[in-house]
Design a protein around this ligand. Sequence first.
Ligand SMILES: [Zn+2]
Length: 136
Amino acid sequence: MVKLSQTDYEKMVAHAESELPDEACGLIAGRIDGDDKIIEKVYLLTNIDHSNEHFSLDPKEQLAAVKDMRANGLKPLGNWHSHPESPSRPSEEDKRLAYDSSASYLILSLMDRENPVLNSFHIEGDVSEKEEFYVG
Ligand SMILES: [Zn+2]
C-alpha cells in the first residue's frame, strides 16, 4: 500500500490548484516498510512545459530535491502530477514516460474541482495498474 499524510495531500492539491490551468508536478520520497511505501515528503516542482496536457520536471529543482532526499535519508518513491481536465489515470504519454517500474506514479485529477481525485499507479510498459492507496 502507498500511504500519504492528509497534510501532504492538501499541500499537493493546493499547489495543483495554484498552477491551473497548467498541470502541476513534483516528486515523492519516503521509506519502504515491507509492502508499504510511506510517503514522508512531497516536493512541489515547476512544470517547465507550462501546459495543461503534459509536464516536464525542472531539472535543477529535481536535482535539488534528490539532494534533499539524500540529506534527510529519504528514498525516492516516484512522482506526481495533476490532470486539470481529465480523470485520474495515466495518459498514453504518461505511460510512455514512466521508465521506472519500481516507482509509484500519483495522478491528481481536478476535473471535478470540488472533489479532487488522487490515485497511485504502477506502470510497466503500456500497462498501468492502480495501487492500493491511503490518505490520512
Ligand atoms: Zn498525465
